[in-house]
Design a protein around this ligand. Structure first.
Ligand SMILES: *Cc1c(COP(=O)(O)O)cnc(C)c1O
Length: 236
């Protein structure tokens, strides 16, 4: 039986509610429900929360820190070999090798230096996780992501010059703006570059993202509750 939290948090029930809302948003947008996958963002939550989601049958997860993911995931992946782990946080070049070893999808490829290093590692390792390119749709200086005017050439060079498996685009809209404009922009960039997957939408706006073509929505709080402060070594 799935472990229940003493906070009244019921992860299985939250997952099923979110999946229902995704299905409803898909129907409203005339889309097939199975075009949209739910990435459960378990960052800062303990392994017991992840186990509850796995026990409920969920298999796609996202983390944003390499070190935290290394503390939580190797054992879980041994037990659930079909679990898929997405990196949704910034990636430094010196942690690339560790990221490639653990993650199935890297959603945050966002600059030429990183993409070149990734291509080198891919050659060395003989394989590479699926890659998404993060686009800074709001052109916010403090935020990661390639700027929209540079996106086409960056996607092309990642794919054609470096041979990276570019499967999708990802964005995190500015907190104080209407997200739909950013979702629409991401979709447009993907369409003109022939990129299929769109990772967009979080707890507060995933239904809008579905309406604008998301194929992955990234939901944390609405599944696992508010995030506790992250403590590096007390996780496991
Ligand atoms: C934390 C995070 C999420 C989930 O956010 P919620 O608001 O908790 O759903 C989604 N995407 C990224 C990149 C994140 O870092």
């Amino acid at each position: 039986m799935a472990p229940k939290m003493n906070t009244g948090l019921d992860i299985a029930e939250n997952l099923s509610k979110i999946k229902t809302r995704i299905a409803e948003a898909a129907a409203a947008a005339d889309r097939a429900e199975d075009e949209i996958k739910l990435t459960a963002i378990s960052k800062a939550h303990p392994v017991t929360h992840v186990q509850a989601a796995l026990a409920a049958g969920h298999r796609i997860f996202g983390e944003n820190r390499i070190q935290e993911a290394e503390e939580k995931w190797p054992d879980l992946k041994r037990s659930f070999s079909d679990a898929r782990l997405h990196l949704v946080g910034p990636l430094q070049r010196n942690k690339l090798r560790r990221a490639i070893a653990l993650f199935d999808v890297i959603e945050t490829v966002d600059r030429p230096k990183l993409s070149r290093a990734l291509a080198n590692e891919m050659e060395r390792a003989g394989s590479c996780p699926d890659c998404f390119i993060q686009v800074n749709t709001g052109e916010e200086p403090q935020k990661a992501g390639i700027a929209p005017p540079d996106a086409d050439s960056f996607i092309k060079s990642c794919r054609d010059d470096l041979g990276l498996p570019i499967r999708g685009l990802m964005c995190i809209p500015p907190i104080d703006e209407e997200p739909s404009l950013h979702f629409a922009l991401l979709k447009k960039i993907a369409a003109r570059n022939g990129v299929n997957e769109l990772s967009m939408g979080m707890s507060h706006d995933f239904e809008a993202a579905v309406a604008f073509g998301a194929t992955f929505v990234r939901v944390g709080t609405a599944i696992f509750g508010e995030r506790p402060p992250w403590k590096p070594s007390s996780q496991v």
